[in-house]
Design a protein around this ligand. Structure first.
Ligand code: ADP
Length: 168
């Protein structure tokens, strides 16, 4: 356990360090970067209470993006997807928190913006599936594989002073 001054009056608040925290890979696609939505997307994850443990802006080569989307290589839209995803820099991030894989997907919204609820990132900021602003891992297993692919040197381990105000 970690002892910290938390929302329990003047008593010490204990946070169970062994509580199961997940990590997910979230990527702001080239259209999200070009449209100035980087701050908005980061803000939503921060304000929800998730912890940023890795981030970089870069333009990965085509082969790298093909590896990330290998599961979709048989789809008719694959070449267009890779052209889109390599058309400018992306922001790669790892966010940590309880149930962050599923909850992160909810925050992004459905793959097709027309199916995305208002209030989600895709529901609020985009129109077409081929320009849907952001990516989020769809399972814990794919999150682990994507984090290993995009951040082979690992992520930052740090204790957030907010934890005691976010988890009971
Ligand atoms: P998600 O990104 O929600 O996990 P998928 O893994 O099914 O969805 O698809 C990956 C990405 O491929 C989508 O986010 C979108 O950018 C693109 N895509 C999916 N379906 C289509 C389509 N029918 N036409 C064009 N692009 C598509």
């Amino acid at each position: 356990c970690v002892r910290s001054v938390g929302p329990k009056g003047n008593k010490f608040h204990f946070i169970n360090k062994f509580r199961k925290m997940e990590r997910t890979y979230i990527m702001i696609k080239p259209d999200g970067v070009q449209r100035g939505l980087v701050g908005e997307i980061i803000k939503r994850f921060e304000q929800k209470g998730y912890k940023l443990v890795a981030m970089k802006l870069w333009s990965p080569p085509r082969e790298f993006m093909e590896k990330h989307y290998a599961d979709l290589s048989s789809k008719g839209f694959f070449a267009g997807l890779i052209n889109y995803m390599t058309s400018g820099p992306v922001v790669s991030m790892v966010w940590e928190g309880a149930n962050v894989v599923l909850e992160g997907r909810k925050m992004l919204g459905a793959t097709k913006p027309t199916d995305s609820a208002m209030g989600t990132i895709r529901g609020d900021f985009c129109i077409e599936v081929g320009r849907n602003i952001c990516h989020g891992s769809d399972s814990v297993e794919s999150a682990n594989a994507e984090i290993a692919l995009w951040f082979p040197d690992g992520v930052s381990e740090w204790d957030s002073c907010e934890s005691a105000w976010i988890y009971e």
